[in-house]
Design a protein around this ligand. Structure first.
Ligand code: BGC
Ligand code: BGC
Length: 809
C-alpha cells in the first residue's frame, strides 16, 4: 500500500470508493492513471475577502444549532420542475435550480416578474423550514439571461473567444449579472472554462477558445463581471451574482469529442491544457465550481477525490463550494442518482439532484448517520455552502434585495451585445473586395438563417435545445437579415429579405445566411466536421452564382466546420458563430456608410483552427487559430479543398432521419411494394415527399444502429412535419425500432390537408417495447390501403414541453 492509500484507508474512505482505490488488479492501475498529484498543479487561492472571522463565527454558531438532516439538506439541489416550495418543509434543501427546460409555473416563456415571484416563494418557504436557511437559486444564464424572453442575448462563448477582448467579456458578465439579479436570482452556472480539443463535441461553442491562456484571461474577466470583486466584510451587491467555473475538469478533452466522455490524457496534459482557467477563476473569487460529467482516464470526475479535494480545494485553495452536474453523481461507479456517498466523500459539496432529490436526501442522511460520510466531510460541505450564502447577502435579517425585475434587455446591455457581435465576426474570404456592401447597392438577403432567431441564438436560449426560439421572443433584437435590410435602407440601398432566395429584380449581390441548427450538449455531438447543407443553401448559392450574382456567405455555427465547396462558391465568407439576438452587430461590419466605410472593420480572429477537411481533431487546418482578414489588410483566397477525406456515409448521423423530402446519409428510405412516392412542394420547392398506400404496407427509414436511450430519458420526442392527405379507417402505426404506436386517433385530431406537426415522446416507444439501445430502423410507418401523407421532416428533438403518449385505440 502506498502512503496515500494508507491515509485514505485510515480515514475510512477505502471501502467507499472501492472501484477507484481497490488495492490491486486493474482497478489499482486505473486509480493511478486517474490520481492527480496536487504539487504538479498551479497554485491559487480564493481571495481572503470571500469570508471573514465574524462570518465564520456566525457559521459555526449556526451549524451548532443544525440537525444532521438540516445539514444534509444543504447539500442537495432540486429542480423547479420536481419540487414545490411546500416540499421544503419536510426536505430542507439548500438549493433550487431551473434547468434548461424548466420555466416558472411550467411556462418556458415566463417573464422576469414571474421568475422573481417563483424564486421568492422558494426562498420564503426555506426561511420558514428547517434551520431557516434561505435557498440559493441557480440558472443557466450562459450567454445572457438566456432562458428569458426579452433578455439581452450575447454571442455564445466561441464568438466571445473570437473577439480576444477580456475587457468586453467583463462588461458582458456585469450586464448578464444585472439581468439575472433583476429576476431575483443570485447564481449562474457560468462561465464554462472548457478548452475543447475535438470539435465534434456538441458543447464546443460553450468553450471560448483552444488557447488555455485566453480561457484563463476570460475566466478572470467573466467572474469579475458577474460577481464584481469580492470585498472584505461586504456582501456581493444587488446587481451581481455568483459565478460557476465549469465543468471541472477536462470536459473539453474527452475522447473523440464525446459529451460526458473520457479524457484519456496524462496529468501533464490535464494541467497544461484543461486546468488553466480554474486558478484564474478562483483567484478572481469564483464562489462555486461545477464538477464535470466527464471522466479522466476512466474515472468519473464526480468521484475523483484527488481532483475535487486534492487539487481544487487543496492546491488551488478554493474556498467556495463544489456543485455537481445534473444527476452527475449517479454516474460514479457504485452510485445511483439517489445514493452516492462516494461523490460527497470525494469532495462534492452539493449534488444537483433535479428530480432525484428526495431519494438522495434520504440515503445521504442515512449514510451520514452511519458515518459512511464522515461528520467532518458534511461539516466542510455545509460550511462552504453557508459561506457562499453569506457572501451573496442571502443570510440575516436584511438580505441583499435582488429582483426588481427591471433592466431585462436594457439599452446599455443591448449595446454591449451589439459591440460583441461585431467584434466576434471572422472574415475568412473577401475576394474582389465584395464586402463591405456598398451604399446604394441592390442586395438580396437570403438563406435559411437570414430571418431565424433560433439559428443565430443557438442552444440554451428560451429552452435547453433552443430549437423553438422566435423573433417574437426578443422584441429588442433583430435577425441578421432584418438588421442588414434596415442598415442598407439607411444608406440608400435597396435590400430585400427573402430566405428562399426568390427575387423580382436581379440583385448586385446576395448575402446568404446559413449554418447549423440549434443544439445543446450531446445532441450536438457529430461524427465528423463536415457541414451538411440541409436547408437548400448549397442549391441556392449555386443558383445565384449561375445567374452571375456574387455571394457573401454568413455562416452560423457552434464550431468551425469543413465547408470547402461553399467557401469556393462564395466570393466572401464570414464566420459569425452563434451571435445571439443583436443582428445589428453584423450590419455594423458588413454595410458601408455613405462615406463608403462601415461603422467597424472586422476585428475577430479564429478561436479554433478551421478544418481543411472533415477529419477531427484538426491537425493541418485550412486557417490556423488566430486567422482573420480585415478590410485594412485584405488577401485573396484561392480554391480550397472540397474532399472531406472521411466517408461521410459511414458515420452514424444525428437525429434527423428525413429532411425536406429525403433521407439524409446515413439513413435510407425503403418502401413496400404497396407504397408509392413522389416529390411535392409543401412549403418550398420539392421539399417533401408524398406517400400513397395502394395496399396495406409500410415505409421505413433504416441505417446504422443508434442508441436513443439518453434522448428518451431527457424527454426527447419524435417529430413528424407532414400533411395528412387521406386518412382511412384502421390503425396507423409509427414505430421506432421494435416499439409500435397507433397514431390513428392522434391524426384524426390533426387538421387534414394542412401541414401539421406530430410529436411522440421517445419514451412512449420504449414503453411499447422498443429496445432503444440499438435502433436500426428509427422510423417505420405502417398503414392500411388509402393512407396518403406528405412528409417533410422526421427527426428526434427536445422542446420545453413534452407531449403525452398517444392513446392506443
Ligand atoms: C449541464 C450543465 C448545466 C446543468 C443545469 C447540465 O446538463 O451539463 O452545464 O449547468 O445541466 O442545467
Ligand atoms: C435540462 C437541462 C439539463 C439537461 C441535462 C435537461 O432536461 O433542462 O438543464 O442540462 O437536461 O442533460
Amino acid at each position: 500500500m502506498t502512503l496515500r492509500r494508507l491515509l485514505l484507508a485510515a480515514s475510512g474512505l477505502m471501502a467507499l470508493t472501492q472501484p477507484v482505490l481497490a488495492a490491486d488488479g486493474p482497478g489499482a492501475a486505473q486509480a493511478d492513471r486517474a490520481t492527480a498529484h496536487p504539487a504538479q498543479w498551479p497554485a491559487a487561492h480564493s481571495p481572503a475577502a470571500i469570508t471573514d472571522p465574524a462570518t465564520e463565527a456566525q457559521i459555526t454558531a449556526l451549524m451548532a444549532r443544525m440537525t444532521l438532516a438540516q445539514k444534509v439538506g444543504q447539500m442537495i439541489q432540486a429542480d423547479i420542475s420536481a419540487i414545490t416550495p411546500a416540499d421544503l418543509q419536510r426536505y430542507p434543501l439548500g438549493s433550487i435550480l431551473a434547468g434548461g427546460n424548466s420555466g416558472p409555473y411550467g411556462n418556458e416563456r415566463a417573464g422576469g416578474a414571474d421568475w422573481a415571484r417563483l424564486v421568492g416563494e422558494y426562498r420564503a418557504a426555506s426561511a420558514k423550514s428547517g434551520a431557516g436557511i434561505p435557498i440559493i437559486f441557480g440558472v443557466d444564464a450562459v450567454h445572457g439571461h438566456s432562458n428569458l424572453p426579452g433578455a439581452t442575448i450575447f454571442p455564445h462563448n466561441i464568438g466571445l473567444g473570437a473577439m480576444h477582448d477580456p475587457a468586453l467579456v467583463q462588461k458582458i458578465g456585469a450586464a448578464t449579472a444585472a439581468e439575472i439579479a433583476a429576476t431575483g436570482i443570485e447564481w449562474t452556472f457560468a462561465p464554462t472554462l472548457a478548452v475543447p480539443q475535438d470539435l465534434r463535441w456538441g458543447r464546443s461553442y460553450e468553450g471560448y477558445a483552444a488557447d488555455p491562456a485566453l480561457v484563463a484571461a476570460y475566466a478572470r474577466a467573466m467572474v469579475l463581471g458577474l460577481q464584481g470583486p469580492l470585498r472584505a466584510g461586504q456582501a456581493v451587491d444587488a446587481t451581481h451574482v455568483a459565478a460557476t467555473a465549469k465543468h471541472f475538469l477536462a470536459d473539453g478533452g474527452t475522447f473523440e469529442g464525446k459529451d460526458q466522455g473520457d479524457a484519456r490524457i496524462t496529468e501533464a496534459q490535464l494541467v497544461a491544457t484543461h486546468a488553466q482557467g480554474y486558478p484564474a477563476a478562483i483567484d478572481a473569487g469564483a464562489l462555486t465550481v461545477m464538477a464535470s460529467f466527464s471522466s479522466w482516464n476512466g474515472v468519473k470526475n464526480h468521484g475523483n477525490r484527488s481532483l475535487l479535494t486534492g487539487v481544487l480545494k487543496g492546491r488551488m485553495g478554493f474556498g467556495g463550494f463544489v456543485v455537481g452536474d445534473w444527476n452527475g453523481h449517479g454516474q460514479v461507479e457504485g452510485c445511483t442518482v439517489t445514493a452516492c456517498a462516494a461523490s460527497f466523500n470525494a469532495g462534492l459539496d452539493m449534488a444537483m439532484a433535479p428530480d432525484s432529490w428526495k431519494g438522495l436526501f434520504d440515503s445521504t442522511l442515512a449514510q451520514a448517520q452511519q458515518g459512511t460520510i464522515p461528520a467532518a466531510r458534511i461539516d466542510d460541505a455545509v460550511r462552504r455552502i453557508l459561506r457562499v450564502k453569506f457572501k451573496l447577502g442571502l443570510m440575516g435579517p436584511a438580505p441583499v434585495a435582488r429582483g426588481d425585475a427591471a433592466g431585462l434587455g436594457a439599452p446599455a446591455h443591448l449595446a454591449i451585445a451589439r459591440e460583441a457581435v461585431a467584434k466576434s465576426l471572422v472574415l475568412l474570404k473577401n475576394n474582389g473586395g465584395l464586402l463591405p456592401l456598398k451604399p446604394g447597392a441592390r442586395v438580396l438577403v437570403a438563406g435559411p438563417g437570414a430571418d431565424s432567431m433560433a439559428m443565430q441564438a443557438g442552444g440554451w436560449t428560451i429552452t435547453w435545445q433552443g430549437t423553438d426560439t422566435t423573433a417574437a421572443d426578443f422584441p429588442h433584437g433583430q435577425t441578421i437579415g432584418r438588421a442588414l435590410v434596415d442598415a442598407l435602407g439607411q444608406v440608400g440601398g435597396q435590400a430585400t429579405l427573402a430566405p428562399d432566395g426568390q427575387f423580382a429584380q436581379k440583385p448586385d449581390v446576395a448575402v446568404v445566411v446559413y449554418g447549423e441548427s440549434p443544439y445543446a450538449e450531446f445532441q450536438g455531438d457529430v461524427a465528423n466536421l463536415a457541414f451538411r447543407p440541409r436547408n437548400g443553401e448549397d442549391a441556392l448559392i449555386a443558383r445565384l452564382k449561375a445567374q452571375g450574382i456574387p455571394v457573401v456567405s454568413v455562416f452560423l455555427s457552434g464550431r468551425p466546420l469543413f465547408a470547402g465547396s461553399l467557401i469556393n462558391a462564395s466570393d466572401a465568407f464570414v464566420a459569425a458563430w452563434l451571435p445571439g439576438t443583436q443582428g445589428a452587430g453584423v450590419a455594423d461590419v458588413l454595410v458601408a456608410g455613405r462615406d463608403g466605410k462601415p461603422a467597424r472593420d472586422f476585428a475577430g480572429t479564429l478561436p479554433f483552427p478551421w478544418p481543411a477537411d472533415a477529419r477531427s481533431p484538426v491537425t493541418k487546418p485550412l486557417f490556423p487559430a488566430g486567422f482573420g482578414l480585415t478590410y485594412a489588410h485584405p488577401a485573396p483566397l484561392g480554391r480550397v479543398n472540397e474532399d472531406p477525406r472521411v466517408d461521410l456515409s459511414a458515420a452514424a448521423s444525428d437525429n434527423l432521419w428525413f429532411n425536406r423530402g429525403q433521407a439524409p446519409s446515413p439513413w435510407h428510405l425503403g418502401l413496400d411494394n404497396a407504397v408509392t412516392s413522389r416529390s411535392i412542394d409543401l412549403t418550398a420547392q420539392e421539399d417533401a415527399r408524398q406517400f400513397t398506400w395502394a395496399a396495406p404496407g409500410a415505409l421505413a427509414i433504416d441505417g446504422p444502429p443508434v442508441d436513443l436511450t439518453r434522448q428518451a430519458d431527457e424527454g426527447f420526442e419524435v417529430r413528424l412535419d407532414w400533411r395528412i392527405d387521406a386518412l382511412p379507417a384502421g390503425p396507423i402505426k409509427v414505430s421506432v425500432g421494435t416499439g409500435s404506436l397507433d397514431v390513428a386517433s392522434l391524426l384524426r385530431l390533426a387538421p387534414q390537408g394542412a401541414v401539421t406537426q406530430t410529436r411522440i415522446p421517445l419514451r412512449c416507444f420504449a414503453q411499447a417495447g422498443a429496445d432503444l439501445k440499438k435502433v436500426g430502423t428509427p422510423l417505420r410507418i405502417t398503414a392500411p390501403q388509402g393512407f396518403v401523407v406528405t412528409l417533410r421532416n422526421a427527426r428526434v428533438e427536445a422542446t420545453g414541453s413534452v407531449a403525452a403518449c398517444p392513446t392506443q385505440g
